[in-house]
Design a protein around this ligand. Structure first.
Ligand code: PDD
Length: 286
């Protein structure tokens, strides 16, 4: 089946989908994005993703390319045209096309909007989660506003690639203060020996994960203790469990950090339970 992309008002076979070479996303990474999970044909946490997209656009002073209602229609069209049952939709907005110049183009061009779909194999993803993943610590070399979901991901790309070359699936980024901020494309969590869940607070130092936010509700409903505070690599090494969250990994247990096992080196019971329960409570829209 040929995949269909949405590009600036048109639905096009992916192989023919094009943006201009002077798109500011291409030249300056001047744009933002979202990745939304599609589970059993429904969008997971759509509202939170649209709210975060609106915030990212405001922070970069890019106009919304479409109203939320129209954007919701595009997401549903992309799901339908790609017969997407389980996978993700990717949406990207850039400041638009203009002659290369660092200053904002004046008058502002029409922002570029691209939406694509990616199918995945739920069985494969479940198998990976059942195994757990390894993470490798890397310096956090990103700019100082990783709370904005910009398409400028080169520091994340380099950290994740280096982690992969050391046999891990994710990088855990260490800030200048020696504390873990988050993963290369996920939020980082540990569970302390006394059973408290710990994750970095929401501030300019991390991306405020949608999965993280929804998981907080689940954690509350299960009566688990949680602290939003920074934690060090040493504390992570001493943790009983660790895991990552994102729209693509949901809740995935971390079984090793820099090659040393976390706990007994197997996916922990709390992380596994949170993963099982996640889709039960996460908001779904069709
Ligand atoms: N990444 N932190 C970073 C740096 C991320 O890139 C992501 C998501 C998250 C988790 O956010 P959420 O729960 O809203 O997906 C945290 C997406 C999936 C990506 O870049 O592919």
């Amino acid at each position: 089946m040929s995949r269909i992309a949405y590009v600036n008002g048109r639905y096009t076979p992916l192989a023919q989908a094009r943006v201009h070479i002077e798109d500011r996303g291409y030249q300056f990474a001047d744009g933002v994005y979202e990745v939304v999970e599609v589970f059993q044909g429904a969008l997971i946490d759509e509202q939170r993703h649209l709210d975060r997209l609106a915030r990212s656009l405001r922070e970069l002073r890019i106009a919304a390319p479409l109203g939320d209602g129209a954007l919701r229609i595009v997401l549903r069209e992309i799901i339908a045209r790609n017969k997407l049952r389980d996978g993700f939709v990717y949406l990207q907005v850039t400041r638009g096309v203009a002659r290369r110049d660092h200053f904002f183009p004046d008058p502002p061009p029409r922002p570029s909007l691209v939406v694509t779909a990616r199918l995945n194999d739920p069985a494969k993803i479940e198998a990976k989660a059942a195994h757990g993943i390894g993470v490798t610590s890397m310096p956090d070399l990103r700019w100082k506003r990783p709370d904005i979901k910009t398409i400028n991901l080169i520091a994340n790309v380099l950290a994740k690639q280096a982690a992969k070359e050391q046999g891990s699936s994710e990088a855990w980024l260490i800030g200048d203060d020696g504390m873990i901020t988050e993963g290369g494309s996920s939020n980082a969590w540990i569970i302390t020996p006394d059973g408290t869940l710990v994750t970095h607070p929401v501030n300019n130092g991390i991306l405020s994960g949608v999965t993280r936010a929804t998981l907080m509700t689940l954690i509350g409903s299960l009566g688990l203790r949680v602290e939003e505070r920074r934690f060090s690599l040493a504390e992570a090494h001493a943790a009983r469990e660790a895991f990552v969250t994102s729209a693509t990994s949901l809740v995935t247990p971390v079984v090793s950090i820099d090659g040393s096992p976390v706990g007994d080196g197997k996916p922990g019971p709390v992380a596994s339970r949170l993963r099982e329960r996640f889709h039960v409570i996460a908001p779904r829209t069709r």
